[in-house]
Design a protein around this ligand. Structure first.
Ligand code: UT7
Length: 330
């Protein structure tokens, strides 16, 4: 059976750092509250005209992943990007990346699945590889959430950040690679997290952020409970599918929404926190970008070696959630 295997990872975040202290000058909040309730200390915010559009960040992350993989852009058959903040409504941000990379042979498209966008995209790509229709695939998660953040809403603006991560997949017939992906959705809870139509004022300190006529609305409390439940349940489904236990997992790489959510899910799964990768302290919640950025950083830090089992697990707007078991192969 053919599967996709990860042969390269890359990530890029904007230069500008917005700290919790900076946010104290924008909304009625404190570093202490944000740290205690979320674990976040700072986030990256992209600037207009600095080559930091969603597709720019995605292209930069992709070039790093392609270089690590030793795969040239013209050998790509597919570019699939999870994003809820493409540069434009259309064309897809993936098509803009295709142009920037000169990946003329690739079919390119975006996937919209809230914060689960990267895992959904990974599933599409690895399934395409399994059919034999696609050989080399570039899977991206990239976001510019700062452009749809309501900077007057302290319950959401302290959480979000910008960035991009990417992986390159090639086919394998060995017992390695993306062993499976498990996805779920429940549209009946769409109104716990969504983009609302409206306009808002961008504070002076962020005057390089371009606003879009919609912004994030969230019912944080109810979402928190659903997130813990869904993350733990889907992770168990993925582990049981392979007859694995949490003790077999070298590293869990969860969506980086809130440290308390991650801790609670890890506890339900009996995975100790030293086997859970977190970097939301530096980037906040970057939606679709959070897992591929974390995966790349874990890889660059040498935390993964060939043969290790890695558990990816995500949750987001839709509601959408999912998990994947990866036997590491980079
Ligand atoms: O990525 C997709 C999935 N995202 C999620 O799953 C996010 C899930 N939700 C969460 O992470 C948490 O619910 C939040 C971090 C959003 C909020 O934390 P919480 O512990 O659930 O706080 P809360 O909403 O229950 O609010 C507690 C209090 C409220 O004040 P009162 O009513 O008790 O007086 C809020 O007004 O904290 C207040 N508050 C703040 N205070 C200072 C809310 N935001 C802030 C803030 N600074 N930034």
């Amino acid at each position: 059976m053919i599967k996709g295997r990860i042969v390269g990872t890359g990530s890029t975040t904007p230069k500008r750092i917005l700290t919790n202290k900076d946010l104290e000058t924008i909304v009625d909040t404190t570093d202490e509250w944000i740290t205690r309730r979320t674990g976040i200390k700072e986030r990256r915010i992209s600037s207009n005209g600095q080559g930091e559009n969603t597709s720019d960040l995605a292209t930069s992350a992709s070039l790093k992943a392609l270089e690590m993989a030793g795969v040239s852009a013209d050998a790509l058959d597919m570019i699939v990007m999870g994003t809820v903040t493409p540069d434009r409504q259309f064309p897809s941000a993936a098509c803009l990346v295709q142009k920037a990379l000169n990946a003329s042979k690739a079919v390119a498209f975006d996937v919209s699945a809230g914060c689960s966008g990267f895992l959904y995209a990974l599933s599409v790509a690895t399934n395409a590889i399994a059919t034999g229709n696609c050989k080399n695939a570039l899977v991206i998660g990239a976001e510019r959430l700062s452009t749809i953040t309501n900077w007057e809403d302290r319950s959401t603006c302290v959480l979000l950040g910008d960035g991009a991560g990417a992986v390159v997949l090639t086919p394998t017939t060995e017992h390695d690679g993306i062993l499976s992906t498990h996805l779920e959705s429940d549209g009946s809870f769409w109104n716990l997290l969504y983009a609302s139509n409206g306009t808002y004022k961008i504070p002076e300190i962020l005057d390089t952020v371009e606003g879009k006529p919609f912004y994030v609305k969230m019912e944080g409390n109810r979402l928190f409970k659903k997130a813990v439940e869904c993350l733990a349940d889907i992770a168990l489904v993925a582990l049981e599918h392979h007859g694995l236990s949490s003790a077999d997992i070298t590293l869990m790489v969860p969506h980086q929404a809130n440290l308390r959510i991650i801790r609670a899910a890890a506890e339900r799964l009996s995975i100790p926190m030293d086997k859970v990768y977190t970097n939301l302290q530096k980037y906040g919640n970057t939606s679709s970008a959070s897992i591929p950025i974390a995966l790349d950083e874990a890889n660059q830090e040498g935390l993964l070696k060939a043969g290790d089992y890695v558990l990816l697990v995500t949750f987001g707007a839709g509601l959408t959630w999912g998990a994947s078991v990866v036997k590491w192969s980079v």
